[in-house]
Ligand binder design. Sequence first.
Ligand code: GSH
Length: 280
Amino acid sequence: MGDQEVKLLGVWASVFSKRAEIALKMKGINYEFVVQDLSNKSPELLQHNPIHKKVPVLLHKGKPICESLIILEYIDETWKSGPSILPEDPYARSTARFWAKFIDDKCHPAIWKITGSQGEEREKLIEEATGHLTTLENELKGKRFFGGDEIGLVDIAGNFVALWLGVLLELVGIQLLTKEKFPKLSEWVDDYLNSSIVKETLPAREELLAFFRSWFQQSKGSQGEEECEKAIEEAAEQLIILENELKGKKFFSGDEIGLVDIAANWKPHIDKVPYPFIYQ
Ligand SMILES: N[C@@H](CCC(=O)N[C@@H](CS)C(=O)NCC(=O)O)C(=O)O
């Protein structure tokens, strides 16, 4: 399989792009890294990830794969060279997916919310984030990495906890992940960041600090009403995407209920006029 057929659309400071890069390097796959400007999205990014319009996008023989955790699984299933990213055993695989999702669903938002909060709200959010880190600390007990002796899916998904978390919180004057409070997780951070592929792939802490310092300064003032309007606009856009995806089909996968239908197990509180297919 020609390595030259692998392209990664990404950004150097993106915790998600770095997941894909680490996995490709673990498998020894040569790839072309195509730097994206997220303030002026390229036709290539919009063409290959029209739904989320986000990095990373992995292009393998011209076919796009989006969403970093899905990319990690694709890389693991496609290239058998190098160490496995997911374990073989189905139960161990589902456990790894569970913790990777926990990091995305719980840890990322909790830390980001702290950076934008003040006073009592901030105290509450710190408590919440401390709870999530304690959960990870307990999950690591008796193990060097989340999957055991070697780096796997959860460790790579944990890029944010290992590096970005400390950088973001330093910028708002908070120290959360300390050796005293989280000895096992701190040891994991050291082991993970010092493993050779991770070390050569993740950005230098100082560069990330400088990047997010200026990013925080720029984004100040662009919050509030404007953000709320943007969220409503985004939600409408997402419903239109689902509406279009359903055209000509009874269910998302065709005539029978499948994964996407079960995943979309909600009843939208929307007006049926602009979304006739969803309402059917
Ligand atoms: N869930 C996605 C998140 C990707 C993501 O948020 N990427 C950011 C960069 S770190 C992005 O492309 N943002 C552009 C935007 O939101 O418009 C994944 O795991 O790949």
